[in-house]
Design a binder for this molecule. Structure first.
Ligand SMILES: Cc1ncc(COP(=O)(O)O)c(C=O)c1O
Length: 376
């Protein structure tokens, strides 16, 4: 159960003073900058940012200001977005499926780094990219420690990785490898297992890998204890040394979630209450979309609109979103104070990743006001 004390008074003050009807995303730029620095100081290689997690200009600008110069992009729109803010940014186009038009767009935009996980897509790429591009072969293993299984969609098994690496080497391009352990992965051993397998594959293919991209997947503080990324970084460093005695590839990571999640919180207003049912001004078609897919954020508190002390008695509430669709309901009850009432706010922490980027405008909802705050 995650009812917490307020961390920043300014958020309470803002909500009580303005009584916003729209969902409010509180953004703390200092938290974003600190997280970017933590990655750059702790990760033993190049830190890139997976734009998909939060492609808003304020986040991209904040990361650029904090020293991030390379980005994982998944589409022409993301390419243009980053280029518009940082014309000389390094772009890694790591969505392994691309149309011919998308490849042309990337080539024209100066992208020189791509990932692949199947032969047909590699041939498509080879037909269009200029000389001396980096091509990262994406491995998948049958391991599970994450919120959902990325291997179900992308990644090649070991035999196919060997064949892809050989084809990349034959083509004269630069051979690298990559993997993604799955988002919100908490077990450092998963990275170790991947790195060990990458080394074995490179050996079989007689390939000196240029770089190894160990993905995103780093956990954010969504539930339970605050995850410590240091043991994951240490495990990556250790496995890299252990499995690549010589010709060790340079390391790269591409975090999305862990880079941005904690720099935002989301305040949602109770539109009405009937017994143990509440209706919020946002739901699974908006900022709470990931609740449906990977479970509730357990870090939240209720802020009383009238500043009355809420009862300590907590019970389970059914929570509906604002649309006319009856599927717009949280998949599990939310424990809340018994006397929560219309006009009160629920303030969810850790909402910076995959909140804005996957929210829809269904039924005219999904609009969010962003308010910058300072962690005082
Ligand atoms: C290729 C790639 N890299 C990085 C990420 C970011 O993952 P996460 O947000 O779990 O760090 C994703 C997420 O979909 C991805 O597909």
């Amino acid at each position: 159960m995650g009812i917490q004390q307020a961390i920043w008074q300014t958020r309470d003050t803002y909500l009580r003073q303005f009584g916003p009807d729209l969902p409010v995303a509180f953004f703390d730029p200092a938290v974003l900058a600190d997280t970017a620095r933590m990655f750059q100081q702790g990760f033993p290689g190049l830190v890139t940012y997976a734009v998909k997690a939060n492609p808003t200009a304020r986040v991209l600008r904040g990361l650029i200001a904090a020293g991030i110069k390379a980005f994982d992009v998944a589409s022409p729109v993301e390419i243009d977005l980053v280029r518009g803010l940082m014309p000389d940014a390094t772009l890694h186009y790591h969505n392994p499926i691309r149309s011919m038009q998308e490849i042309t767009h990337a080539v024209d935009a100066g992208v020189r780094s791509y990932s692949v996980d199947r032969m047909g897509e590699l041939e498509k790429l080879l037909a269009q990219i200029p000389d001396a591009c980096e091509i990262s072969v994406r491995l998948k293993l049958d391991l599970d420690c994450s919120a959902y299984n990325f291997g179900a969609k992308f990644g090649a098994d070991a035999d196919l990785c060997v064949a892809l690496l050989r084809r990349v080497m034959d083509s004269g391009h630069i051979a690298s490898m990559t993997f993604h352990p799955g988002t919100q992965c908490t077990d450092p051993q998963i990275w170790a297992a991947y790195i060990s397998e990458v080394a074995a594959i490179a050996k079989r293919a007689k390939c000196k890998l240029h770089r190894l991209n160990v993905g995103g997947g780093f956990p954010s503080h969504r539930w339970g204890e605050e995850p410590d990324l240091a043991p994951i970084f240490d495990m990556i460093k250790h496995a890299h040394i252990q499995h690549f005695s010589d010709h060790a590839p340079m390391l790269v990571c591409e975090p999305g979630r862990a880079m941005v999640a904690d720099s935002f919180s989301l305040a949602l207003c109770v539109k009405t209450r009937t017994d143990s049912i509440i209706y919020l001004n946002d739901g699974i078609y908006g900022g709470l979309a990931e609740f449906r897919d990977i479970g509730h954020i357990e870090r939240y508190e209720v802020i009383s609109a009238s500043n009355k002390p809420l009862y300590k008695n907590i019970s389970d509430f059914t929570v509906f979103g604002p649309t006319c669709d009856s599927l717009d309901q949280l998949s599990a009850p939310l424990p809340l104070p018994n006397d929560i009432e219309e006009g009160d706010y629920i303030l969810f922490e850790n909402t910076g990743a995959y909140t804005h980027s996957i929210a829809t405008r269904f039924n005219g909802y999904g609009d969010v006001k962003t308010v910058e705050i300072k962690n005082t």
